[in-house]
Design a protein around this ligand. Structure first.
Ligand SMILES: [Zn+2]
Ligand SMILES: [Zn+2]
Length: 250
């Protein structure tokens, strides 16, 4: 029996107000509402080095009818950004524990970098994270990829077309040993340009995400998937073109 497949528009890289560089208006309800208004069927919440607001956004999505994958955008030892996506909040929090243990205990300077606000699914503040979330952890790209994969995660090299904080800008190449599930490009670069500009990129699936730091940016860039259900296993199958699963970047 063949399973019925569904076209799902997914934005797999968004931030909440917990990320110091994100807008205070990026509350769990505001992000979910914006995603539904843009016609997305799936988002991932990927704050910098933490999954502290992931449960709230997942819960908010459940109530509103939007699937949300919990994730983290990790800053590696090389200061490269790598997005790790999970099916359950517990796995994302386990990765956060490892990142936190390997990060310098420097408190956030809210005046300089912005507050790091924890919220519930109603968008109410429930606390703040003390350690500075923008610091690089002492985990290499390869070790992070291995760790995230052990926890069942998908590993995506973030915004490889940016001039800073990407594996390309910071390492100068795409490390094959990291075995990324996909590379992410921004709305500013086409697939063809990426394959031309970044040696090795043509060997990987290229996806597009918004990297939204405010609700109104959610869905500014997205990837279309053909999936049986919105899970990391299905996304991996689509990225590999297995069992009729597909993905499409316009
Ligand atoms: Zn980033
Ligand atoms: Zn980001």
């Amino acid at each position: 029996m063949t399973e019925e497949l569904e076209r799902i528009a997914a934005d797999l890289h968004t931030h909440t107000a917990l990320s110091p560089c994100a807008e205070r208006s990026a509350t769990p309800p505001a992000i979910v509402k914006a995603a539904l208004e843009r016609g997305l069927g799936l988002i991932a919440v990927t704050d910098h080095n933490t999954a502290g607001n992931a449960a709230a956004v997942v819960r908010c999505g459940e109530l509103a009818g939007l699937k949300v994958l919990p994730g983290i955008e990790v800053t590696t030892r090389e200061e490269a950004h790598v997005v790790c996506l999970f099916d359950d909040v517990e796995s994302a929090l386990k990765l956060e524990d490892a990142i936190s243990a390997a990060s310098p205990a420097i408190p956030n300077d809210a005046a300089l970098f912005g507050r790091q606000v924890l919220m519930n699914d109603l968008g109410e503040e429930t606390g703040e994270i003390e350690r500075m979330l923008l610091m690089a952890s002492d985990i290499s790209v390869e070790s992070l990829a291995e760790l995230a994969r052990e926890l069942g995660g998908l590993v995506v090299a973030a915004h490889i077309d940016r001039s800073a904080n990407s594996v390309v800008s910071n390492l100068g190449f795409i490390p094959e040993s990291a075995r990324f599930d996909a590379l992410e490009i921004t709305a500013n670069t086409t697939k063809e340009e990426a394959a031309e500009r970044f040696p090795g990129a043509e060997r990987y699936p290229l996806i597009r995400s918004s990297d939204a730091h405010a609700p109104e940016q959610v869905g500014d860039a997205f990837t279309l998937f053909l999936l049986a259900r919105p899970t990391t296993a299905e996304i991996r199958s689509a990225l590999r073109g297995e069992c009729g699963r597909e993905y499409l970047v316009e």
